[in-house]
Design a protein. Structure first.
Length: 33
């Protein structure tokens, strides 16, 4: 695997989407609590 690169390439997009999903899950988790 390559190092996270915040670029416009497919890898960068995948990392960005993954980060968004993680942040969203954290928000929902705290909201539930």
């Amino acid at each position: 695997m390559k190092i996270k690169t915040f670029g416009l390439d497919s890898l960068g997009m995948d990392v960005g989407i993954e980060a968004l999903l993680i942040s969203l899950s954290f928000l929902f988790y705290y909201n539930v609590d």
